[in-house]
Each structure stands twice: as C-alpha cells, then as structure tokens.
Design a protein around this ligand. Structure first.
Ligand SMILES: NC(=O)c1ccc[n+]([C@@H]2O[C@H](COP(=O)([O-])OP(=O)(O)OC[C@H]3O[C@@H](n4cnc5c(N)ncnc54)[C@H](OP(=O)(O)O)[C@@H]3O)[C@@H](O)[C@H]2O)c1
Length: 294
C-alpha cells in the first residue's frame, strides 16, 4: 500500500531514506532546516514542505532523521506540531541513547502517536537495498502493521523488543564493537609504520586473521551468554596468557612513542583481573570487570 510519508531532516541519511521511499512509490513530503538540501529530492518527485507543521500534516507516517534527540524534540514538541501527531506513526531514526528513546516513546504515546524507535546499522548507500539493516524497538504491533514501509528502507529490518530503548542499546553495543576494531587498526597502523612494516602486508595478514578473530568474538559472546567464564578444554587462552602477549604491544608502543590512550584502558582491565586472582580464567571472564561497583 502506498502511503503519505513525511521525512523531517534530509541530510546524508535522511535523503537516502526519502529516496528509498520515493523509489518504493510512496508519496513523500520532505522538510529540512536548510531548504537547499531538499532540491535533489524534489527533482525525484518529493513535495517540499515550508515548515515542520506542514510536513507533519501531509504524512500519515512521520520519519525523523536529524542530528540528535534534542533536535527532534525541538521540532516535534512545538505547539503547532505536537497536537497533529495524534493517530500518526512517528518513526525516530535519529541516533540516540536508550534513555532518550524511552523518554521520547513516552512523550509520543502521550500525544496519541505510535512510536517505533529505529537504529540504522548502515551507511546511506545501504538504504533501500537488501543488505540494509535497521533495528526497531517499541510496539511490535506498530512495527508489524507498517513493515512494508520499513522494508522499503532496508531488506534486513528487525523488531528487537517492546522496550523502546532496545534498538539504541544495540546500536551503542555494536558501534562499540566496531570502534574496538577501528581503534585497534589505528594501533596496528602505528606499530607497522614505526617498525618499518609495509601497510600492504598488514592488510593482507588482517584478511587471513579475520576468521580467527571472528571465532574469538563469537566465543566471547557465547561464553558470557552461558556463564562459561572459567577456563575449560575449549578455552582458546587465559587472561594471563593474553596479558603476556599484550605487554609486548605496550613495550613496542612505549619504545616508539605511540599514543597509549586506547591500550592503557585495556591494560587496566587486565590488571584488575590479575590482581583479583583471575589470571587463569578464560579471557571471557574479563567481562566481570567491566561494570563499576561503587
Ligand atoms: N550517515 C551515516 O552513515 C549514518 C548511519 C547511521 C545512523 N546515522 C544517523 O542519522 C542521523 C543523521 O545523520 P547524517 O549522516 O544524515 O548527518 P548530516 O548529513 O549531517 O545531516 C544532519 C541532518 O540533521 C539536521 N539537523 C541538525 N541539527 C538540527 C536542528 N537543530 N534542527 C533541525 N534539523 C537539524 C540537518 O539539517 P541541516 O541540513 O539544516 O543542517 C540535516 O538534515 C544521525 O543521528 C546519525 O547518527 C547516520
């Protein structure tokens, strides 16, 4: 079914969302704080609204993709806008925190709006493709009833739970995993450059290590899921064994005056586990030291 959909925010991601919806044949009305950015969408058939209130009035579905939840609140909690949300589907695709999504979900419900909170796990080029992943949290009924709209945005749209904060929680968790890999890569580049290793070789060896690291990440998650934190016959390595090798990284980085900011946090976690006598536990047991207990 073709729907009237308003898209608030047409930056890089909002434009990709609007393009995908136009491509799926929906009637799309766009609004952007800087009107010039809506030009390419108008050329594709979008209606450009001169105000948020007019965009919201035009859509049965209101998709928001701006910089943060404060910006969303400033747009939607206006006297000329909020009452018009009654009975609409408001889809927040701006990145935010779990707490922000729960608060926004409560506010939207008080206006009479259904509020699936989405987390886009993709760059704009994936939007509208089979491989586009978007997580949705909040009312599963609202998600299921509007799934065709969401499927226009990405082939891998998933409802992750009734709690509106869950999509953002997963977003932060998965981005944390991504940054772990990206900051680790910065360490690796710095070590190679300092030690005269060609970066092409680093790139090739990384490819061969991917399955090894992939297996360790999966094992780490599984062991925490099932509580298998002690070392056993299937353990790949203990905390102490990891730390011995990790100390070599610290030595080379110190000797070459490479910034230790990222690795010192990791070293501190190792040291707290070792001081607590957990050195022979599986690496997975480091998770015990991730939560601060006052
Ligand atoms: N790009 C990605 O790969 C990606 C991936 C996943 C999630 N996201 C999320 O998608 C959201 C948008 O990202 P983006 O890459 O599209 O950023 P962007 O290109 O910088 O666009 C930001 C958008 O937010 C609008 N905006 C910012 N502050 C505003 C305010 N106070 N009031 C009204 N509108 C405001 C901007 O309007 P103006 O044009 O007037 O500045 C623009 O439309 C972010 O939450 C981001 O984390 C992005």
């Amino acid at each position: 079914m073709k729907l009237a959909i308003a898209v608030l925010g047409t930056g890089r991601m909002g434009s990709a969302l609007a393009r995908a919806l136009l491509g799926a044949g929906h009637e799309v009305t766009v609004w952007n704080r800087t009107p010039a950015k809506t030009g390419p969408l108008a050329a594709l058939g979008a209606v450009v609204a001169p105000s948020v209130a007019e965009a919201v009035a035009a859509g049965a579905v209101v998709i928001v993709n701006v910089s943060d939840y404060d910006a969303t609140a400033a747009l939607l909690r206006e006297a000329s806008v909020a009452p018009a949300l009654d009975g609409k589907l408001v889809v927040e695709l701006t990145s935010g925190t779990p707490q922000g999504a729960r608060e926004a979900g409560g506010w939207a419900a008080a206006q009479g709006a259904a509020y699936p909170d989405g987390a886009i796990m993709a760059t704009p080029d994936f939007i509208g493709t089979e491989a586009g992943t978007i997580l949705f949290a909040g009312s599963s009924q609202a998600f299921e009833a509007n799934k065709p709209v969401f499927l226009a945005l990405g082939g891998n749209v998933q409802h992750v739970g009734e709690d509106a904060g869950l999509a953002n929680a997963l977003d932060s968790a998965l981005l944390g995993l991504m940054w772990g890999a990206l900051f680790g890569t910065l360490n690796a580049i710095a070590v190679c450059q300092a030690e005269g290793v060609a970066l092409g070789m680093l790139g090739r060896l990384w490819q061969t290590l991917v399955p090894v690291i992939d297996g360790q990440v999966a094992d780490l998650i599984k062991r925490n899921e099932t509580g298998r934190l002690a070392s056993d016959e299937q353990s790949f390595a203990s905390i102490a064994t990891h730390h011995h090798a990790f100390e070599h990284l610290l030595v080379v980085m110190q000797a070459r005056k490479i910034d230790l900011g990222v690795v010192l946090g990791q070293d501190s976690l190792f040291r707290r586990a070792l001081a607590a006598g957990r050195g022979e536990d599986d690496f997975a047991a480091l998770s015990r030291f991730m939560i601060k207990r006052d």
